[in-house]
Write a protein that binds this ligand. Structure first.
Ligand code: ADP
Length: 467
């Protein structure tokens, strides 16, 4: 058997993978959107501050500068306190005025818009706003506003670090959780496996713990118990069958041995030898009959019983059988007759059906006392035919009825055996009926007689045939 990773581990791996992928996608999305939002806010603030500062540019005497007056000092101070720096640059790139750390700003390539620059290794965001020339002093000049990105970078770094560390931590927790959950879910299955492994054919009477809830595992255990139940009864039947078969074989052999011993005890005359041989012949016939029945049952069990169905008129078949058994019945003073107006056509194996009805007729004759009557009745209901073999024999007590189709089951062991019965006839009959997709049942009134009714499906359903 190829080794495969246990379900518990596979489940955990899948679970952890899913959690990790979900977290990574979610974390990436979060990080990306947060960064975009923060940078957009920096840009918006820069634009706002630039617009404010542009209004405060003093352009008297043709030399623009920030109003240095006290009334603006506090605004500039506030802007500066938040880390902003700004300057005014003319077209040639000369700084005209500025505040904050503007001297650190490098000369910029752009004359309008945003760009990110590095000042002593740290990123800054710069916004450049062109301002028009006034007083006819030539070209205009540029207002450059810059803000350090350190704060944004710090936040992003923190979030990034949290995600970077958080995902593995969550993955570890998910692994432990996954192992725990799948262990809990699959633990009972492991226990079931160990229990089943510890069972052998000898202790099939053991059952799995039935206190399990009605969940998947509980149902598995119950299904298994059901199977054990069937196995146990199959084993029991098998053992019973073997011991019954051995017993059946022993009886005629004992009788034969006894007869031979008696015959050999002293010299006998011819007629005495003939009597012994006749007795031996009876026993040999019985053994042959028994072994044939056993063979039939064995073939049925292995599904190798010959079954060659053909369309047949069951009344013709039964007429033949009634004629065949009549001499035996009449020798016992029993009458046999066939009744019924229907002539159903069945799909059946002729040899098997002959065997089935001969078994039923044999039993009827065997168990009916002299002066009794046996009637075979045929009826059809459009879908199936019912053939009933009714006798006026001793009947069968209700407690025996559920068992008479079992192998070797005999109501009156001594009597049935003296009649040559082995208790297999009805078991074989039942098999044949089942093989034909039919049904057999018995109705009996002790002291008044029994009726064995066989229902077999018709070859052509009548309502279809009439169309
Ligand atoms: P057996 O070979 O002993 O007849 P069967 O399997 O044919 O075995 O029948 C099983 C038992 O059912 C018989 O031993 C007998 O006790 C009972 N039985 C069968 N047919 C009849 C019947 N027509 N009337 C009364 N008892 C019957």
């Amino acid at each position: 058997m190829r080794y495969s990773i246990p379900i518990r581990i596979r489940l955990t791996i899948w679970y952890v993978l899913l959690v990790a992928i979900t977290l990574a996608v979610f974390g990436g999305f979060l990080y990306f959107n947060l960064a975009r939002g923060l940078y957009a806010e920096v840009d918006a603030t820069l634009q706002l501050v630039a617009a404010q500062a542009a209004r405060d540019v003093d352009n008297e005497n043709g030399k623009p500068s920030f109003q240095n007056a006290e009334e603006h000092g506090d605004i500039a101070g506030r802007i500066q306190a938040r880390g902003f720096t700004m300057r005014l640059v003319d077209a040639a790139g000369n700084t005209l005025d500025g505040f904050g750390h503007y001297s650190l700003l490098p000369s910029l390539r752009i004359s309008e818009g945003f760009m990110t620059v590095r000042i002593s290794g740290k990123p800054w965001r710069v916004y450049v706003l062109p301002l028009p020339a006034t007083h006819g002093n030539g070209s205009g000049y540029l207002l450059q506003v810059a803000e350090p990105l350190a704060r944004v970078e710090d936040i992003l770094e923190l979030v990034g670090a949290l995600l970077f560390l958080g995902i593995p931590v969550v993955a570890v927790i998910a692994t432990l959780g996954g192992m725990f959950l799948s262990g809990r879910a699959l633990g009972p299955i492991d226990r079931l496996t160990r229990l089943v492994q510890s069972m052998s054919a000898e202790d099939l009477s053991r059952r799995l713990d039935m206190k399990l809830p009605n969940d998947e595992v509980g149902r598995l255990a119950r299904t298994f118990n059901g199977m054990l139940e069937r196995l146990e009864s199959a084993f029991r039947r098998e053992r019973q069958f073997t011991s019954d078969a051995a017993h059946e074989l022993r009886t005629p052999l004992t009788v034969m041995k006894g007869n031979i011993d008696v015959a050999l005890a002293r010299p006998r005359n011819t007629s005495e030898y003939i009597r012994v041989l006749e007795e031996l012949e009876t026993q040999v016939d019985r053994l042959a009959h028994l072994s044939e029945n056993l063979l039939t049952l064995a073939r049925c069990d292995t599904g190798k019983a010959p079954f060659r169905p053909e369309q047949l008129d069951i009344v013709i078949l039964l007429e033949g059988l009634v004629e065949q058994v009549k001499p035996l019945a009449e020798s016992k003073g029993i009458s046999v007759e066939l009744q019924g107006l229907d002539r159903p056509i069945l799909m059946g194996d002729q040899d098997q059906l002959i065997r089935l009805f001969l078994n039923l007729l044999d039993n009827a004759i065997k168990y009916t006392p002299p002066g009794g009557e046996i009637s075979v009745m045929v009826a059809s209901d459009g879908a199936s035919a019912t053939i009933a073999v009714k006798d006026t024999g001793p009947g069968i007590e209700p407690e025996h009825i559920p068992h008479i189709f079992e192998r070797f089951y005999r109501v009156d062991k001594a009597r049935a055996r003296s009649e040559g019965g082995s208790g297999l006839g009805l078991a074989i009959a039942k098999y044949i009926v089942q093989l034909h997709g039919g049904h057999i049942e018995v109705e009996s009134e002790p002291g008044r007689g029994s009726t064995f009714a066989v229902r077999l499906p018709l070859a052509i359903k009548e309502d279809m045939a009439n169309k």
